[in-house]
Design a protein around this ligand. Structure first.
Ligand SMILES: [Zn+2]
Length: 399
């Protein structure tokens, strides 16, 4: 299958100007002037009025569902393929959350494999909120070495009442194991840290950097935009070499949360002198979002959406005025580099055939192509998950 996108304004994410893009199977085969005739199985897309970007990478998604902190009925549902497509996401990393008892790494791995079969690229993190980390094999190192889909550990909770209150020594050992496993397996070995509202903030990670030889690139703290204090602390942490991640799913404004929208937070960080290559964004998709009424009473449970990732990108460009090339980094080149996903994050010959096309004016999603397959065309879904849209079986057919 060949896909020829003609004359499209291309952001790799750096601006390349109008290009022709040829996708051959699962590879980006050519970027530049091109005239084709007689190629079998060739699909042509007129790129005029569109912009081409690398497919988005979402590095923190509760693909199995998460939550559960309000009892069993508050466990959130599993991710569906169409949620991913509508977010312009072609690659994601699945993780467990607070609950590592009724959710397991075995199920997480199976779900990731299922999504991969349905058409996107997936990896997972070992571990969950608590330490010692839950693992599939005897430890973090062997998980990284033996399971292709595992590329790090997360989300490990710190500075949160729901954390396992890990000691400094336990955190050091965890990051060291992830680092060794990453080096030996040629993977990132990244530790994704969930930051709560607690006053310790990023203190535990700063102490690791001060007292050990572990480099800052081994750790990616997330939810940095959950309140203004943590965002300011995150800016200082990133200016001195740390990596930080912003969460795009957010409770509604009336829910009493102090979270700063990720697009605004990005603008503040850049204005604060944080180098743009140290910032990523993730959706926290399928995580639970408790909602409260004006009196602060629990009123219901929302679910984080992968789609919020693309909305944050649009807001960053349209509302915050961040240039396209910069606004794309936290969704494309940065996560690909930080997670060591070699085929991802850039439009470049030889990379995977993952790209999105958006309307030049509205920045609405137009086309999503993952691994050379068109999942959305002209804003319409062209693929669905196995159980999406299927008719409900009401009668058992006997053989
Ligand atoms: Zn979290």
């Amino acid at each position: 299958m060949f896909i020829h996108i003609q004359n499209v304004e291309t952001y790799a994410p750096e601006a390349l100007g109008p290009r022709d893009i040829l996708l051959a199977g699962n590879r980006l085969a050519h970027l530049g002037p091109l005239s084709l005739g007689g190629l079998p199985n060739l699909e042509t897309i007129d790129g005029r009025g569109l912009l081409a970007f690398p497919g988005f990478i979402d590095g923190h998604v509760h693909i199995l569902g998460g939550g559960g902190e309000g009892g069993f009925a508050s466990r959130t549902p599993e991710l569906m393929l169409t949620d991913v497509i509508r977010g312009g996401v072609t690659t994601l990393v699945g993780c467990l959350g607070t609950d590592a008892i009724t959710r397991s790494l075995v199920s997480l791995l199976a779900k990731a494999r299922g999504l991969e079969e349905e058409g996107i690229s997936t990896w997972i993190f070992s571990g969950s909120y608590g330490i010692p980390a839950v693992t599939l094999t005897e430890g973090i190192e062997s998980d990284l070495l033996l399971i292709d889909k595992i590329l790090g550990v997360g989300e490990v909770a710190i500075s949160d009442h729901r954390s396992s209150q890990p000691t400094h020594d336990a955190l050091c050992r965890l990051v060291a194991e992830a680092r060794r496993g990453g080096m030996l397996s040629g993977k990132a070995g990244l530790v994704n840290f969930h930051l709560g509202d607690g006053p310790r903030g990023l203190g535990p990670l700063r102490r690791i950097l001060e007292e050990t030889e572990i480099p800052a690139t081994q750790m990616l703290p997330t939810h940095i935009n959950r309140n203004p204090t943590l965002l300011a602390e995150g800016a200082a942490y990133a200016r001195t070499g740390g990596l930080i991640d912003l969460t795009t799913s957010a409770p509604p404004p009336q829910a009493g949360s102090k979270q700063i929208p990720a697009s605004q937070a990005l603008k503040m960080l850049l204005a604060d002198g944080v180098p743009p290559d140290r910032i990523t964004m993730t959706s926290d998709g399928q995580g639970s979002l408790p909602e409260y009424d004006s009196e602060g009473r629990f009123s219901g449970m929302g679910v984080g959406k992968v789609q919020s990732l693309f909305e944050a990108f649009r807001d960053a460009v349209r509302n915050e005025g961040i240039p396209l090339e910069t606004a794309l980094l936290p969704f494309t080149a940065n996560p690909a580099r930080i997670l060591k996903l070699r085929g991802k994050g850039l439009l470049e010959t030889g990379r995977d055939a993952d790209l999105i096309l958006v309307d030049r004016e509205s920045l609405e999603l137009h086309t999503v192509i993952a691994k050379g397959r068109i999942l959305m065309s002209q804003g319409e879904l062209k693929a669905r998950g196995t159980f999406e849209g299927a008719s409900t079986v009401t009668k058992r057919v006997s053989a």
